[in-house]
Design a protein around this ligand. Sequence first.
Ligand code: AMP
Length: 585
Amino acid sequence: MASRIVGIDLGTTNSCGAIIENGEAVIIPNSLGDRITPSVVCIDEEGDVLVGKPAKRAAALNPDRTVFSIKRHMGTNFRVNIDSKQYTPQEISAMILQKIKWDMEEYFGEEIDQAVITVPAYFTDAQRQATRDAGEIAGLNVRRIIDEPTAAAIAYGIDKEEDQILMVYDFGGGTFDISIIEVIGGVFQVLAIKGNNMLGGDDFDQRIVDWLVGDFKEEHGIDLSEEKGTLYKLKAAAEQAKIELSQAQKTNILLEAIAMSDSGPLTLDVTLTRSKLENLIEDLVESTVPLCRQAIEDAGLTPNDISSVIMVGGSTRIPMVQEAVKKVVETGARKDVNPDEVVAMGAAYQSELLASLDAELEMSAGARMPEDNPVIVHLTPFSLGVGLVGDQFGVLIERNSTYPTEAKDYFTTTRDFQTAISFPIYEGEEQVASTNTFLDMLRIDGLPPAPRGIPRIEVTFRLNHDRILEATAKDLTTGNEVTVTVVATDNRLSDQEKSRMTREARNRITKMLEQRVKETLYNQAESLIFRAEKMIGDSDDETAVETRGIIDTLQRALDGGDADQINGQMERLSDQITKLEAAEY
Ligand code: AMP
């Protein structure tokens, strides 16, 4: 039997795994029972890796060992330095993928080794290749890389009969993406994409932090932004407040002993109202409106042509963001789509399509595309070409071309008896080649000496399903050819590096088992705290005060992460609950 293929949304802030069961997309909860897992990694002194909520929790105590938003660095030569070891973005992402894979394996009780992973539509080839490498390091055969907005459109549109034009408004923690997607007879075609990959919910948090830091400095003359641990605490509190304000009109930010003054510890205690938050972030939210209008225009449409708006990403829960969307499309967004889960669900539908193709391949020699499954038509967001004489950009694949695709062009030598030609490969829209993004060098040697203009070199660009480019140069005189698979050169992982990382990732599995035990402990502790808090309510009698003291100690033990201490404090709280129950009785 063909093995299971899962869908994974590898997000900047949160990640999520899904699968199709009985024709429906199902989100697989992690070992803590949560449907999404924070994309946060913490590596401790022993090299043990924490992923998800426990890592996020540990951030304030281990600011230099905790990695957030690694997705922003995919495809670059950025390195995370922990204990003089350097980790590539691929390795850190692999840790997140491994955690998702593990949780799914636990759920199904079988090995999962194949996945469809989603990436932002704006991801370049280098970023896509890095995502593929991350999957490989995590022990996953990445069957397909698909764009997040397309995945969202598939999840929403798969069971709808009528043809539609969808606007996918994706506002996450780190990026903003807008896509216009046409669905005709089960075919999904991306008509236009726009975005800002430097805008997200993190920027809202930062605005709140700046405001808190500014006020605190004014009042106490102390700059809270100078210490990394304090900054993490501020960021976490700011994010929490922002999230609460999507429901409430005001919230309190309370951070005890956040700094020391000559007269003792200082507390930050501030009320943040929804209107103040809106004031702080208005320009950022507003900046998405013209991008939406531009995308609609690029697609050759007007706002009235949009049948539905699909919201993706946590930041779309902010009321002001929902209002901004109404400025573009009057009817606003659909309310029946879960913005945190829809992308993983779309990836799962795509996995199902691949699994059914596999099954058909197993049964018969020739595979046929199942008719009731989505077919995706993608557009390239950048032009791809080579640098020519005079730094001109010779485009082979135009921007907004559908892919997979193939294009050829022919070139010759510029000097007599020239025996080699180098073609720098770029992506971008500038006519001066070198001002575009350099991807790789395609070089052909061994041309038979001939006067200039005589040799004929055929250059072929093949862009596959995952938008990974294969470039070939062929000397038509000798038939010699060279091929490069294009990834930005300085960021490419060698096969050797990849196998080392895969080995290390496998070794981490044992450690992850230990983590699982720890997580169960955290879960139990949290439900104990919840029970105790419920029992004491806002009472301030002696037992309630005593209980609160024990809760605080347990919280500190949880932050410290020492299992023995947590167990000890849990026992104390358990006894206290028994005492409370007895008193109640
Ligand atoms: P994503 O990258 O899609 O997981 O989105 C994560 C971003 O959404 C983070 O910046 C979160 O703080 C933010 N977020 C999550 N839930 C909410 C909410 N209810 N209100 C406002 N922002 C939220």
